[in-house]
Design a protein around this ligand. Structure first.
Ligand SMILES: N[C@@H](CCC(=O)N[C@@H](CS)C(=O)NCC(=O)O)C(=O)O
Length: 212
């Protein structure tokens, strides 16, 4: 079983990097520098035709899309309990949450950060305004899920859904309403930030831990 993660610090590759660290499996990393256009080279586009990170090479085959990669890792490493097992009654809710985050939070974040690159700069403020409202709606929904006092989205152990949600929460720190404006999410983020795997992720990606 071999893994090579193509990543860029602090981006959509974070949740996958975090999961690999949490699993404790050996893996290689290749850092992709957006400034030099490393994600636009023919060699990288052959691995990831969208020219984005993450890309995870699994036993020699390239795979993309962070939510799919997290679900794949959860399936391949059941002992790491990155999500409820297939026979667990929570499994369907976990699948729903992963797809919800991939379909709602990830594209809204993309629109927030890339509105003037993916689309016309003239339309960017309207795109960003819609993205912001969608992102704030996701924070409300996740705060609602966590309001029953559970530690993480699927119980006492942090897993794939938490990693997928927490990276965008970190990106919201410069927005008008960062995720940690919600007291429930602030407490949740503090629990995630206390994980040794998070400290290791920040060390490897050279990121300042957030929340501080
Ligand atoms: N849906 C994709 C989104 C990936 C994505 O947008 N990655 C960004 C970094 S956060 C990227 O590679 N940006 C470089 C670019 O688009 O030029 C996923 O979750 O894997």
């Amino acid at each position: 079983m071999t893994y090579t993660l193509y990543y860029s610090p602090g981006t959509a590759s974070m949740p996958v990097h975090w999961a690999l660290i949490e699993i404790g499996v050996p893996f290689e990393t290749v850092r992709i520098d957006f400034e030099t256009g490393a994600h636009r080279t023919p060699a990288y586009l052959a691995l990831n035709p969208m020219g984005r990170v993450p890309t995870l090479i699994v036993d020699g085959v390239a795979h993309v899309e962070s939510a799919a990669l997290l679900m794949l890792l959860a399936e391949r490493h059941p002992q790491a309990v990155l999500g409820p097992a297939p026979d667990d009654p929570q499994r369907s809710k976990w699948l729903e949450t992963m797809v919800f985050l991939a379909n709602n939070l990830s594209p809204a974040m993309r629109d927030w950060f890339y509105a003037d690159k993916d689309g016309s700069p003239d339309g960017a403020p309207a795109v960003r305004d819609l993205a912001r409202r969608r992102i704030e709606g996701v924070w409300r929904r996740l705060a609602g899920d966590l309001a029953d006092g559970r530690d993480f989205l699927f119980g006492a152990k942090a897993g794939a859904a938490d990693f997928l949600a927490a990276a965008p929460m970190r990106w919201s720190r410069t927005m008008a309403q960062p995720a940690n404006d919600h007291p429930v999410l602030a407490a949740y983020l503090a629990r995630l930030a206390a994980l040794p795997s998070y400290a290791e992720l920040c060390r490897r990606e050279d990121l300042a831990p957030w929340p501080a």
